[in-house]
Every structure is written in structure tokens, then in C-alpha cells.
Design a protein around this ligand. Structure first.
Ligand code: NAP
Length: 470
């Protein structure tokens, strides 16, 4: 597939293969762009700015709604391409497309709500006799740099609000999974003037870095790992930056919890998308009194998952993004076992597949739970009481989301207030998000929020206009 720059399809001499992680076959190729092409995208995005700012909010909103309709019509086709390039089960791919449609629809609605407020200057010393109001203005050119795990919805979480508040966009999709994003940007390009949306493929370390350091890019909206996010934050200078980074989300299961509900939360939270979810359940902190029973029921539920061809609608566990990624998970689990942890079910790798794995007797200092393990693994850490549960939950550099299972409202409230995370759900796993909610972590999990209205806040600048009426 070609890149899309200034409304034109741009190919290249150097090509990168996009591999189906299930079959190992090459699905397609994309150009490996270099700096000149990145500069071309920056020029085109800058040239297109006025075409968008001159458009009425009514028209921008309508055009976004038109893209909603186009994506709805091609829902299955997009889901199949997504499954081919990332290996997620087709039913999960369909959910990602449905959420992408929702994210777009929310943005089309928000495009009509970009407004400021009147400001009572007379509340300040010397302000009497003024009338003042604010306007929300676009930042200019937004660079959207995105990861492989939910390539389409996470990219739309950047492009759609950016356009809703009249920014032009340069998208740098993940090298491992760029196809669905490129295809989607073509739909946007059919509606909006050339250069409003540009997609550049190539390596993050080269073209991504160029976008981050260019003075002609006004905002970096990044989703990906903490390591890359930290690098971006050091290099971006005075640019406005939003960073949606990794997570190591705890699930706290207290002795008075509904165990079946908590088990269901792990199945949906630790194994969804083969565990490659930023807000996945990555540490299960269980009170000792119920840990044996919880572990038994979790193993029984885990063994019902169906690992297989991601295109088969019966499959509930697909591949990881690559064999290399599966090897990393295998190595981390094996190290934990050597350090004393015990596999209750799973623990085997086959190519890019890694079995859904429940592992008990995990201690907080094991790498498996210190770092973000991006695979289908449910590590159980046993604790004594609420205080220790909260202490272990907070013993991490991350703070994306958290889930707490208990039937006691006082314990629930203590966890909600004391767990350091951007979101704490009670009686729901961390792996839950609606596309309108403010989403973004504390600590090293990020800076800023997404969720359409909140993304718009981060993609606009506020101008105050004051009239001296005296
Ligand atoms: P990643 O390696 O950080 O890559 C993310 C994107 O950054 C890719 O497009 C990559 O390009 C690009 N990139 C790499 N180096 C760069 C540089 N020096 N400058 C600019 N861009 C650069 O992350 P990933 O492995 O794809 O994704 C998994 C991570 O994302 C996990 O940690 C996960 O928790 C996190 N995540 C967070 C959220 C959230 O909302 N908080 C959501 C989903 C995922 P290449 O592909 O070409 O290297």
C-alpha cells in the first residue's frame, strides 16, 4: 500500500513487508519513507491548514459523519484486514471497527461544540468596563504516532478530534500494522481537501523522530511504550505533547469479592487481544483467604479459551503481533518460574501463539510484574489484607487504570482514593473504556488525556479577546 501525502499516493524504493503473524505470509508492503518524504508531509499539512480553518464547523462535522457512514458500510472488510495484520480474533477486530465508528461519530458531534466562554474581567482589579471572551483555536499540524495493538481505533482517537477542531494531521502508523490505518485515511481523504490527512510509513526512530523534532509540527499525539514516550518528551522541546503510554494495571480481589465476577474480569482483561492491551489486567492481587478458590475457578475458565485461526469466529485467543513478541513473553514467564512462581495452566509457545497462562505465587519484585508484560498472562500475587493490597497495587512506575473487586463500600472507596491510577473501576476490571471518557494514566503511564472532548482540549489553544467598553 502506498503512503498518502497531499492527497497523492506516494510509493518508495525501499519497502517493508507487512507479515500475517498467524501464517507468516507477506500480506502487503509499505514504503520505508526517509526524511525528505517526512518533510513533504509536513509541507503538505501546513499548506492545507487554511483549507480546513476556512471550512464551517457544520461542514467539518458533516464530512466526519460521511466517513462514519463509509466505515459502517465496509465494517467487515476493515475487520478482516485488521485480523490479517495483527492476528487478533475476527470478533475482536469487529469490536475494534465498531469502536472506531463510535470514536468517529463522537468526533463528528464534538466538531459542533468547539467554543470558548465569556470571562468576567470585572472580577479582577481594574477589569471593570471590559467585555472579554475566549476562542478555541487549532494548534496547526498534529503528528499522530500510534502503536500496533489497536492500530485503527487508537489512531482515530487522534485524527478525528484533531480534524474536529480544524488541525491538519500527519499519521505515522506502526511499522508492524500500517494497512488498516492507511486504508482508513483514504476514506477521510475522499471527504477532506488534499493535505488535511497525510500518512507516512517508515521507522519511528527515523521519520517519527523527524516529526517530533520539526519546528513546523505543532503537536505530538503519541500512544506507545514508556521508553519511546520518554524519548519523545525529551526531544519535543516547546511543542504540545500528549503521551498515552504503557500500563501495569492491578486487579485487586478482596476476600468479600464476587469471585465469579472477578474471574470473568480476568478472562476479559488479561487475555483480550492476547494480553496486548495497555489497560490489560497485568497484576492480580488477591487476598490469601480466597486465593486458592479464585485460582481454581480462574484456571477452569482460562482452559475454555479457544486458541486458533484468528479468522475463525470460534477463536477467542489469537496470535501475538510476532513470534519475537511471543518469545519475549515466554522468556519473562520462564524467569518468573525459575524465581519460584508456579504455572497453573498454559505456559507454552507455538510460533506467534502463546497460551493463556495463569501463574501463581508471583512476588512483586519479579520482572513479570515489575515491567509491562505484553502477552496473555495472568499473574497472581497473594496478599494479607487491604493495606498490603493497596501497597502492592501502587508499587509500580505505572498508573494507567485499576480494577477492584469487593462487596464492601468502605474498602472500595479506600481503593478508589488511594490507588494511584488515572481510572479506578469498582467491580470491573481495568480493561474497560468507553470512547468518550477521559482516558490517560498517572505516573509513567502518560501525560494528558484522550476521549474526544478531552483530546480536543489538548489540540486547541485558547485566545482571549477583550473589548474596552469604557
Ligand atoms: P512503541 O514501540 O513505543 O511504538 C509506538 C509508535 O512509536 C510506533 O509507530 C513506532 O514506530 C513509533 N516510534 C518508535 N520509536 C520512535 C521515536 N524515536 N520517535 C517517534 N516515534 C517512534 O510501542 P508499541 O510496541 O507499538 O506498542 C505497545 C505499547 O503501547 C505498550 O507499552 C502499550 O501499553 C502501549 N499502549 C498504550 C496505550 C494507551 O492509550 N495508554 C494504548 C495502546 C498501547 P515503529 O513501529 O516504526 O517502530
Amino acid at each position: 500500500m502506498d503512503m498518502l501525502i497531499g492527497g497523492k499516493h506516494i510509493s518508495g524504493e525501499d519497502l517493508e513487508e507487512v507479515i500475517n503473524p498467524y501464517t507468516g505470509e507477506v500480506i502487503d508492503t509499505v514504503p520505508i519513507a526517509h526524511l525528505q518524504t517526512a518533510q513533504l508531509a509536513i509541507d503538505e499539512a501546513n499548506n492545507a491548514k487554511s483549507k480546513l480553518t476556512e471550512m464551517s464547523a457544520f461542514k467539518v462535522s458533516n464530512k466526519l459523519f460521511n466517513v462514519v457512514g463509509k466505515l459502517e458500510e465496509r465494517r467487515e472488510e476493515f475487520a478482516e484486514l485488521l485480523t490479517l495484520e495483527v492476528g487478533k480474533p475476527i470478533n475482536e477486530a469487529l469490536v475494534e471497527i465498531d469502536r472506531s465508528i463510535e470514536t468517529l461519530r463522537l468526533s463528528a458531534e464534538e466538531a459542533k461544540r468547539i467554543y470558548g466562554e465569556s470571562v468576567p474581567l470585572d472580577a479582577g482589579l481594574n477589569g471593570k468596563g471590559f467585555f472579554a471572551f475566549t476562542q478555541k483555536l487549532p494548534l496547526g499540524v498534529v503528528a499522530a504516532i500510534t502503536p500496533f495493538n489497536y492500530p485503527l481505533n487508537l489512531t482515530i482517537h487522534k485524527i478525528a478530534p484533531a480534524i474536529a477542531c480544524k488541525n491538519t494531521v500527519i499519521v505515522k502508523p506502526p511499522t508492524e500494522a500500517p494497512l488498516t490505518v492507511i486504508k482508513f485515511c483514504e476514506l477521510l481523504n475522499e471527504e477532506f481537501p488534499d493535505g488535511v490527512v497525510n500518512v507516512i510509513t517508515g521507522y519511528g526512530s527515523e521519520v517519527g523522530d523527524y516529526l517530533v523534532t520539526s519546528p513546523e509540527v505543532n503537536k505530538i499525539s503519541f500512544t506507545g511504550s514508556v521508553t519511546t514516550g520518554m524519548m519523545i518528551s525529551q526531544k519535543a522541546g516547546m511543542k504540545n505533547v500528549t503521551l498515552e503510554l504503557g500500563g501495569n494495571d492491578p486487579m485487586v480481589v478482596l476476600k468479600d469479592a464476587d469471585i465469579d465476577k472477578a474471574v470473568k474480569g480476568v478472562i476479559n482483561g488479561a487475555f483480550l487481544n492476547a494480553g496486548q492491551v495497555c489497560m490489560g489486567v497485568k497484576r492480580i492481587i488477591v487476598e490469601d483467604e480466597i486465593a486458592d478458590e479464585f485460582a481454581d475457578r480462574l484456571v477452569a475458565a482460562t482452559e475454555k479459551l479457544v486458541m486458533g485461526n484468528p479468522m475463525d469466529s470460534k477463536t477467542t485467543l489469537g496470535t501475538l503481533i510476532s513470534e519475537n513478541a511471543a518469545r519475549q513473553v515466554e522468556e519473562t514467564v520462564n524467569n518468573a518460574v525459575e524465581a519460584g512462581a508456579k504455572i497453573l495452566t498454559g505456559g507454552n509457545r507455538n510460533g506467534a501463539f502463546y497460551e493463556a497462562t495463569v501463574i501463581d505465587n508471583v512476588t512483586p519484585e519479579m520482572d513479570l510484574v515489575v515491567r509491562e508484560t505484553f502477552g496473555p498472562v495472568a499473574p497472581i500475587i497473594r496478599v494479607n489484607g487491604l493495606d498490603e493490597a493497596i501497597e502492592v497495587a501502587n508499587d509500580t512506575e505505572y498508573g494507567l487504570q485499576a480494577g477492584v473487586f469487593t462487596s464492601d463500600y468502605a474498602s472500595a472507596m479506600r481503593c478508589a482514593q488511594e490507588i494511584e491510577a488515572g481510572t479506578v473501576f469498582i467491580n470491573k476490571q481495568s480493561t474497560f473504556r468507553t470512547d468518550n471518557m477521559p482516558f490517560g494514566g498517572f505516573k509513567n503511564s502518560g501525560v494528558g488525556k484522550e476521549g474526544i472532548k478531552y483530546a480536543v482540549e489538548e489540540m486547541t489553544k485558547t485566545k482571549l479577546i477583550g473589548l474596552n467598553l469604557r
